[in-house]
Design a protein around this ligand. Structure first.
Ligand code: ZN
Length: 78
């Protein structure tokens, strides 16, 4: 399980990234929204999409390659 956050600022492609709390590329605490505690990035992305249906949401690539995401590896090799 990990804590996940959504960046309040979009990326250059217009998407908003979901990060795990230990990610080096996460926004500072004033520029992110806490999503909750989830077992994997995919779950956190689904939740973020429900909370912000008008935003384009994607997982941070650095988080996807972190140790805690490896359990969901099969889903992430898209
Ligand atoms: Zn990240």
């Amino acid at each position: 399980m990990g804590h996940y956050y959504l960046d309040d600022d979009s990326q250059r492609d217009g998407a908003y990234e979901v990060h795990e709390d230990e990610c080096l590329y996460i926004s500072d605490s004033l520029n992110r929204t806490y999503l909750g505690c989830y077992s994997g990035m995919q779950e956190a992305i689904v939740k973020a999409q429900l909370l912000f249906p008008l935003k384009k949401i994607k997982g941070c690539v650095h988080c996807l390659h972190s140790v805690s995401a490896i359990q969901d590896d099969s889903m992430l090799l898209i």
